[in-house]
Design a protein around this ligand. Structure first.
Ligand code: HEC
Length: 202
């Protein structure tokens, strides 16, 4: 029930905000964008385009961030070096509210197929929720995590998934066939090779 209310109030909030800000937003000229995306990334609360220039200065131009901004797909999903770092970021920045393995706490579960914001089933949508924030305690993580950190944490969130493969929209058809739900106690080698080796937090 709680979740439905949140979703409902989120969509009401959206309508109200658009009605109130529509004319104003049109009058403001868009800022020059040093960091931009060919993918449409919008706040799940206001529907406004996310301003990637608000991203922290570090971690903006990694290969992974470039690929994500060009394709809307997170290239880190199955990269052990990124998962390893993503786990650390998740434990430091997300698990206090979402639970150790994303099972939910004061924030909703992130490891199942129920989404308050259905956008969360795509990488672009999940990024938008994490970067731009949602309601209540889900503040924008853009203030504390770099773009690269966010992609790494997102990869870990996907890795923690335990729901049915057919609802995992972020997986390709082939990836769905080889999907196995996350199991507690799984470990990674200490410094696995991959795109995130030596980048960001270690
Ligand atoms: C201070 C607590 C807090 C922290 C820290 C936090 N969240 Fe949240 N998160 C929430 C709450 C509360 C909601 C519900 C917001 C809503 O419904 O609008 C939420 C919602 C979400 C959602 C939407 C889930 C859905 O069902 O649609 C995602 C995805 C998410 N958080 C990911 C993250 C990630 C990843 C991090 C770490 C980088 C993080 N959150 C950090 C409290 C938090």
């Amino acid at each position: 029930m709680m979740k439905r209310w949140t979703a409902l109030s989120a969509s009401l909030g959206l309508v109200v905000t658009i009605t109130a800000l529509g004319p104003l937003a049109g009058a403001l000229s868009p800022r020059a964008t040093a960091q931009s995306s060919s993918v449409d990334l919008r706040s799940v609360v206001t529907g406004e385009k996310l301003d990637l220039n608000e991203a922290l200065p570090e971690g903006r131009d990694t290969e992974g961030v470039k690929r994500f901004l060009a394709s809307g797909r997170n290239p880190y999903l199955f990269d052990a070096s990124c998962l390893k770092k993503g786990e650390q970021t998740f434990l430091a920045a997300c698990s206090g509210c979402h639970g150790h393995v994303g099972e939910g706490k004061i924030g909703p579960g992130l490891n199942d197929n129920y989404w308050t914001y259905p956008q969360g089933t795509t990488d672009a949508g999940l990024f938008s929720i994490v970067f731009g924030g949602a309601q209540a305690q889900m503040g924008p993580q853009s203030l504390s995590l770099t773009l690269d950190d966010i992609l790494q944490a997102m990869a870990w969130v996907r890795h923690l998934y335990t729901g049915p493969a057919q609802d995992a929209e972020w997986l390709s058809e082939d990836q769905k066939k080889s999907y196995t739900p996350y199991k507690l106690g799984e470990t990674f080698p200490d410094d696995p090779p991959g795109m995130c080796r030596g980048s960001g937090k270690s």
